[in-house]
Design a protein around this ligand. Sequence first.
Ligand code: SAJ
Length: 415
Amino acid sequence: MTSEFQRLCIIGLGYVGLPTAAIFAGKGLDVLGVDIRPEVVDLINQGKIHIVEPELDQLVHDAVAGGRLRATAQPEEADAFIIAVPTPFTDDHKPDLSYLMAAAESLVGVLKKGDLIVVESTVPVGATESLSVRLASLCSGLSFPHDAGNDADISIAHSPERVLPGKVIKELTKNDRVIGGLSPRCGERAAELYALAVEGKCLLTTAPTAELVKLSENAFRDVNIAFANELSVICDKLGINVWEAVELANHHPRVNILQPGPGVGGHCIAVDPWFIVDSAPNDTPLIQAARRVNDAKPHHLAGRVKEAAKDMTDPVIACLGLAYKADIDDLRESPAVTITVDLAKTGNARVLAVEPHIATLPPQLQDAGAVLASLDEALAEADIVVLLVDHQAFKDIDRTRLKDKRVFDARGIWR
Ligand code: SAJ
């Protein structure tokens, strides 16, 4: 039996949308990718990609060459639409749904009876229903599921992406998916769509539950990382090696403390807990405290380094790593950037930033006075070495090169 979903339109060709588009195209669907950035559209139509993600370049190349994937600036008619656009927060930690709503509005005039819309972007509880309400106000002649339930002309569901950057292709296919329909039929239709490409289970629930599940996953990580980070501050005070303490505690059969680090970065774990806080500001003391602990960690570390540099004459500080985690090029919300900027701005030291995955230093770091250096240059010149990211290249350093230097290892790799 052929599927009711032959044409798929994916809005947002970023870290999630592009791999999703390539995977569905690989399964034989006719996929149109939509992005507001003309340079991204051009590159994809040439079979090339704009992000670093293992296996993705070949998949996109094959899909474009096979005529199953095409990129454009505006949505066109399709059987199903997947929205995978950013949902950042504003300066006061409120969800910014402007990209999501703009994506939804771009479907006006394109939607027809029988279409399915899936929101993959991480959203606050209630956003999927708000999207349905908004579209209903703009599309007279079509009924929507917040109102018409199973009988609606348009089906809408939330199915949050849960993939780990660096392992996106494998996780998109293998991970179980939570699918929350605005009506039971919406959920079932979304599950039929994902079953074409996903090997993991499709777990059906309501849209608000699916929204909260995704936020809870990242808030759970944030709270647990905050515990490890708080422990590391205590250990610094007491002169105890936190990684040894964590490793020994984790020998307990029911204890699994996460790894302390320079802070929590990326566009997910440092962002999503705020969406829960926004929905329940007076009922989230733990989640808010975790955010504060993790956001304070870069300043704690920078403070310790500045203290060590205080009595040195013209010290050189090497900051190893700028990415938000190991072996990727993504600097978004990176605590390593915060620390390097802080140290460079202090002014009494020359700060050499080492990041093997980038070719030029972002303006924020240049303005602060940091200089991009190779690992060899930095190790040759530094009085103080601050390890911020556990990139493989840093794990392989010959430790004798760190002799006679003051070392701050924020990831515990040189223990
Ligand atoms: N970190 C620690 N200690 C740890 C683990 C992580 O300090 O023990 C730090 C990392 O260094 C990094 C940050 O936390 O700065 C987040 O890194 P991560 O690898 O834990 O997660 P992300 O942000 O790359 O991806 C997360 C994933 N969520 C969970 O693991 C619950 C992924 O599955 C989600 O799809 C993604 O967020 C997302 O898009 O929401």
